[in-house]
Design a protein around this ligand. Structure first.
Ligand SMILES: *[C@@H]1O[C@H](CO)[C@@H](O)[C@H](O)[C@H]1NC(C)=O
Length: 441
């Protein structure tokens, strides 16, 4: 054996050894490659490699009201030895791995159904659960799918950021605010509690328009008028029950205004006569009646003028009792003051004042009461059953000189009311008108 032969036999041996090493290495490190080699070699169709895992469909996004439960389902085929995990997408927190919850949240659970589906269940939903969740397979590279949960929240009104009851002077502006939270974002609707229309000033206009409701968190009321006073309701709704509402009471304040519909009242002796004043005031006024000093009358000789002789005494405040009945009816900022003078006598002739005061001012109405001498014939016909309850009312638009008067009186026992329209001028002939009216009857 020469060196050449020796060398070549050595080379052959070496090559065999190297091939064996390579074969062993391949067998150990890449069993699949080998089996693949073998399979290819054997041409066997039934024996396939495990295919890669893949998702079946997509995860449905879900929407549920707070307090309920939400379920996200992730379906995977060919999982093999791989694992499925659920993560919170926002911060990548792992919530569950295969069938096990790994987070400390008692409201989270996982369910493995029908071999393929891994469900993430969150019970007693909170707003903080809103967001997207990731279903992951630990392949390399990793595979993932995302499903999102929207949590609906019923509306709530934030009291601290909403209007409470408010009082505004007439002519000033007011804005009623109602701040509401919820998901979806709630709509805010304003209505009047009493069902009346809301009066809104058109921008750049003096006119008020009437609307049944107003949409929006801020109800702007410019240059308030007293008829806009009242309780307003803001109602927040977003189709997630229950809707909520808040009541805001708006007080429009102004000094009292007093009107006496009948300023001149004639009545026969012995009858009861009622004096009326109409009052508008806010805040609620304190109201009372005063009887002024007696004055002489051109059409009654029965009144002594002692008051004039002794100087004008101060006005006397009238109190509810046997002689006077004093009542007051109120409806919102409107009121009616009624004074009934019982058993009218000559000393009751005179001037009466209805006075109304509140924090913003004072107003008074003045009425005069005089005696009507009944025509003797009439008195015998009607006995004592005829009561005069009305008086003279001046029409608003007529000039004083040709004042138009309405006289109404009532026959109490017959429930008969007579109203006559008379045009009398000047006042001194009222009595003549009256007696002619009586005679007409
Ligand atoms: C679910 O919502 C997310 C985020 O809004 C969106 O990207 C995804 O396409 C939605 N999935 C489905 C199935 O609609």
């Amino acid at each position: 054996m020469n060196t050449n032969e020796l060398f070549s036999s050595y080379k052959m041996e070496n090559l065999q050894r190297t091939l064996l090493v390579i074969f062993l290495f391949v067998t150990i490190k890449c069993p699949n490659a080998l089996s693949q080699l073998l399979m290819n070699g054997m041409n066997e169709p039934n024996m396939q490699l495990d295919p890669d895992p893949e998702f079946i469909g997509t995860i449905n996004n879900v929407t549920f009201p707070a307090g309920r439960e939400a379920i996200l389902a992730c379906s995977v085929r060919n999982l093999g030895k791989n694992k499925v995990g659920w993560l919170r997408a926002s911060d990548q927190t792992v919530l569950a791995l295969q069938g096990r919850v790994v987070t400390h949240n008692a409201r989270i659970s996982v369910m493995h159904e029908d071999m393929h589906t891994w469900k993430l269940k969150i019970s007693k939903l909170r707003e903080s659960d809103r967001g997207c969740y990731m279903c992951q397979i630990n392949t390399s590279p990793m595979k993932k799918q995302v499903g999102c949960i929207d949590v609906q929240v019923p509306p709530d009104i934030i009291n601290e950021e909403s209007s409470s009851d408010l009082a505004v002077q007439e002519g000033e502006d007011a804005t009623l605010v109602c701040k509401a939270t919820g998901n979806p974002v709630p709509r805010v609707t304003w209505r009047r509690e009493d069902g009346e229309m809301i009066l809104l000033r058109k921008p750049g206009s003096r006119e008020l328009m009437r609307v049944e409701s107003y949409q929006g968190p801020a109800l702007k009321l410019a240059r308030l008028e007293r008829r806009q006073m009242g309780a307003y309701l803001c109602i927040a709704s977003n189709d997630v029950p229950p809707a909520v509402s808040k009541r805001v009471s708006l007080s429009v304040q102004f000094a009292p205004m007093v009107r006496a519909p009948s300023q001149l009242l004639g009545t026969p002796l012995g009858s009861d006569v009622q004096l009326e004043c109409q009052v508008e005031a806010s805040p609620s006024p304190v109201s009372y009646w005063l009887k002024g000093a007696r004055t002489t009358s051109s059409y009654s000789g029965s009144i002594s003028n002692s008051a004039l002789e002794t100087g004008q005494p101060g006005p006397e405040m009238l109190l509810d009792g046997p002689k006077y009945s004093i009542t007051e009816k109120r409806d919102g900022y409107r009121g009616i003051m009624l004074l009934t003078v019982r058993s009218f006598s000559p000393s009751d002739v005179g001037t009466y004042h209805c006075v109304s005061t509140n924090s913003l001012g004072r107003a008074e109405g003045t009425l005069r009461l005089y005696e009507i001498k009944l025509h003797p014939g009439i008195a015998t016909i009607n006995d004592d059953q005829l009561n005069f309850i009305g008086g003279l009312e001046e029409s608003r638009n007529s000039a004083l000189s040709t004042a138009k008067h309405r006289i109404s009186w009532q026959h109490l026992s017959l429930h008969l009311a007579i109203t006559a329209q008379l045009v009398c001028s000047p006042l001194s002939i009222i009595l003549r008108c009256l007696s002619s009216s009586l005679r007409m009857r």
